[in-house]
Design a protein around this ligand. Structure first.
Ligand code: DUC
Ligand code: ZN
Ligand code: ZN
Ligand code: ZN
Length: 484
């Protein structure tokens, strides 16, 4: 059974042109004028783009004493509803757990996915087993990226010696390290002080994590990555200080990638000062929302290419879960949703405002992630041979975002009331129509794991000290007598 997507304008990261697309057995087999097939999908008036890739989601993740509420079924269903056809989730081992056992748990959870997915592996402590298991994770399990937290002291946080060791291991294996860049020591100290002074509300969450803690940690991670001779991916870049560090590194020639979230681009820190506790707590995530100047910086980064991709860090907690922290903001589970809304929100606030071109939109929602995570052109492309993960985007379809109608399992939406114009007419996951005019036609378990090969480990430190001071002892004529 072949399908033809007919009459639309194909938009990729670098081209805009009119052509039909033929899909057979889940892949694109022909692109050109006047194609015919067994089934025709009418794309008249639409832009036909690579399906979105969200490189950063947490589905059914154990975190802060609970589990994030969207699982692989509701989470990936929400994704396709908004035109995203692939997600990359984080495998988070329990303390001391074998990374491969953790992966088995993630394999079991993800069997429910309705679209394709892949995993990053988290490194939250450092020892010999982790060193050894990383090799199996890369060479046998198809995972080429490792996440490190510089925040969440006493839980997920790694110290600089652990970070440097893991980064060096990534360099050897051809893997890409990711970093959650916030200075966890400073955050813990500021949070304790705020609490002791009676600042227990959700606004104190933002006070405890100012942009400086993110700028410092981003810069530190970049410098450590350089000394390890490895590229670096900075997740949820939310502020100018962090963006500045990334810009500087890229200008110097380093492969450093920044990932703003759709939430940080479109929602600001005034959300934490709402009179309604639930409203503010529902928006507690790390890093927190920032002010307009930081938002402008993020948009500018997407325009100029100093920031590479737009993600969601989708980590949805219900109001009931958020209320764990009713007397203490440090107990509010950190996380917000966005999987369903990332593409329509970015189109509405980016493309229709003129901040982003359509090609830039495709680059930051799909193609750049596919390239950075090494799954291009299987994903992120409209090319013969690519998976038919495609969104037929209707720029005239509009809606007002509301929790009442969302696919995500939680009881609110941080974008509640926002009007979006630009939505999928069809979403295809490996050739299967999973959304048609807002109607979900998903099939539990249709999603497949996408294995990602390691990169050629060619990265060399740009820091000059390595070359200037080759590690060899200096031959001296004598040694001074010891003692006095
Ligand atoms: N930040 C969040 O807000 N949630 C999940 C993990 C994280 O780093
Ligand atoms: Zn994070
Ligand atoms: Zn995250
Ligand atoms: Zn199927």
């Amino acid at each position: 059974m072949s399908k033809v997507i007919k009459g639309g304008t194909i938009v990729t990261a670098d081209l805009t042109y009119e052509a039909d697309i033929k899909v057979e057995e889940g892949v694109i087999t022909e692109i050109g004028p006047n194609l015919s097939g067994d089934e025709v999908l009418d794309a008249t008036g639409c832009y036909v783009m690579p399906g979105g890739i969200d490189p950063h989601v947490h589905l059914e993740m154990p975190f802060m004493g609970t589990y994030s509420s969207d699982d692989f079924l509701s989470g990936t269903s929400a994704a396709v509803a908004g035109g995203t056809t692939m997600v990359v989730d984080f495998c988070l081992p329990d303390p001391g757990q074998n990374l491969l056992d953790a992966l088995t748990r993630w394999d079991n959870k993800s069997t429910r996915a309705v679209c394709d997915y892949s995993f990053h592996m988290a490194v939250t402590w450092w020892d010999k087993p982790v060193f050894e298991q990383m090799e199996t994770v890369v060479k046998e399990k198809g995972i080429n990226s490792f996440k490190h937290f510089l925040a969440y002291k006493g839980a997920l946080m790694v110290n600089d010696d652990e970070l440097f060791a893991s980064f060096q291991r990534c360099a050897e294996l051809g893997a890409l390290p990711l970093v959650h860049a916030e200075n966890g020591d400073v955050v813990a100290s500021m949070a304790a002080k705020l609490l002791s002074e009676g600042n227990v509300g959700p606004e104190a969450h933002a006070y405890s994590r100012p942009p400086e803690v993110e700028g410092e940690a981003t810069n530190r991670a970049i410098m450590i990555a350089d000394m390890a001779g490895v590229p670096l991916y900075v997740v949820h870049t939310s502020c100018e200080q962090s963006h500045e560090a990334i810009r500087r590194a890229r200008q110097k020639g380093m492969r450093v990638y920044g990932e703003p979230l759709i939430q940080h681009l479109t929602l600001d820190d005034s959300e934490y000062f709402n009179k309604d506790w639930d409203h503010s707590a529902r928006r507690v995530m790390s890093p927190p929302f920032r002010n307009k100047q930081h938002q402008d910086s993020l948009w500018a980064g997407l325009q100029s290419g100093s920031l590479s991709v737009v993600a969601t860090d989708h980590c949805a907690f219900s109001t009931e879960q958020k209320r764990f922290g009713v007397n203490d903001f440090t107990k509010i589970p950190n996380g917000t949703g966005g999987l369903e809304d990332r593409m329509p929100m970015l189109w509405t606030y980016g493309v229709t405002t003129g901040r982003l071109t359509m090609n830039e939109f495709v680059a930051v929602t799909s193609t750049n992630s596919a390239k950075i995570l090494n799954m291009y052109p299987q994903k992120g492309a409209i090319l013969v041979g690519s998976d038919a993960d495609i969104v037929v985007w209707d720029p005239e379809l509009s809606k007002t975002i509301t929790a009442e109608k969302q696919v995500s399992a939680i009881d609110y939406n941080v974008f509640e009331g926002k009007k979006v114009k630009g939505l999928p007419r069809f979403t295809l996951s490996r050739g299967k129509v999973v959304v048609e005019e807002s109607v979900l036609k998903v099939e539990e378990g249709h999603g497949k794991f996408v294995a990602r090969k390691p990169f050629q480990a060619v990265n060399k430190s740009l820091s000059t000290w390595k070359d200037l001071v080759a590690p060899r002892p200096v031959q001296r004529s004598g040694i001074p007598p010891s003692g006095v």
